[in-house]
Design a protein around this ligand. Structure first.
Ligand SMILES: [Zn+2]
Length: 226
């Protein structure tokens, strides 16, 4: 049986268990009772360093506005690792909620959501694209359409371990738009999990803009330093 199918079955089992134990709210970080409706307790959520300011990536005479829910450390890091490597989709729900909170203050009226694509290899390995998962939750809650509009056309070196300049070089020409008609003259919210140098987000946004999008802004769960 394929890795993806096994992960999907595990996900369904987790959903069933969640239904059985609904109301028994344990914190997904410390495992103590939350005493609230959330899946994180007040003590853990107070430790999160949320981002307030938006950021602009300026390059090649383009400027892309980015929003991040929080800084990549401590609990946010645990949530992202949970979503990315441990198939913990509850972490995704919580991260998406934090991302939507940032969006409330952004005053960006967009038409549709697009997400950063995975390479074939990581999709095969992980069984799902964590950015697509976040995008789907946000789209559902915000009542916006989400489209698979970008394709990663080549395998790249892992950005982890590369310096700033190499990270930019590593992403040139990597992303291609697969359906131009959908994005034409549209305002797009691009979803990524973590932004570091901004190279991935920038080249995705640039490709979307070059292919006719009116405006692209980026929303990530976390902001990290190299
Ligand atoms: Zn806790």
């Amino acid at each position: 049986m394929g890795n993806g199918i096994v992960k999907f079955i595990r996900f369904i089992c987790e959903c069933v268990l969640e239904l059985i134990y609904a109301g028994d709210n344990k914190c997904i970080i410390c495992d103590k009772d939350t005493y609230n409706d959330s899946c994180i307790c007040d003590i853990c959520s107070k430790k999160i360093k949320f981002c307030i300011e938006s950021m602009s990536i300026v390059r090649d005479s383009m400027s892309i506005i980015t929003y991040s829910a929080a800084y990549y450390s401590g609990i946010i890091k645990e949530l992202i690792v949970g979503l990315k490597y441990k198939n913990d989709f509850k972490c995704g729900e919580l991260l998406a909620q934090y991302m939507e909170d940032v969006l409330k203050g952004a005053n960006f009226h967009y038409d549709l959501i697009v997400y950063v694509p995975s390479s074939r290899t990581s999709l095969k390995k992980r069984g799902y694209n964590q950015c697509r998962h976040l995008a789907k939750i946000i789209a559902r809650n915000q009542n916006k359409p989400v489209y698979n509009c970008l394709k990663k056309t080549m395998e790249t070196k892992d950005q982890i371990g590369l310096d700033g300049a190499s990270r930019w070089e590593n992403m040139i020409g990597v992303f291609k738009v697969v359906n131009k008609n959908i994005i034409k003259n549209k305002k797009i919210l691009l979803i990524d999990d973590v932004i570091t140098t901004g190279a991935t987000a920038f080249y995705c946004a640039k490709e979307l803009t070059d292919c006719g999008a009116h405006e692209v802004r980026v929303l990530t769960a976390a902001k990290s330093k190299i």
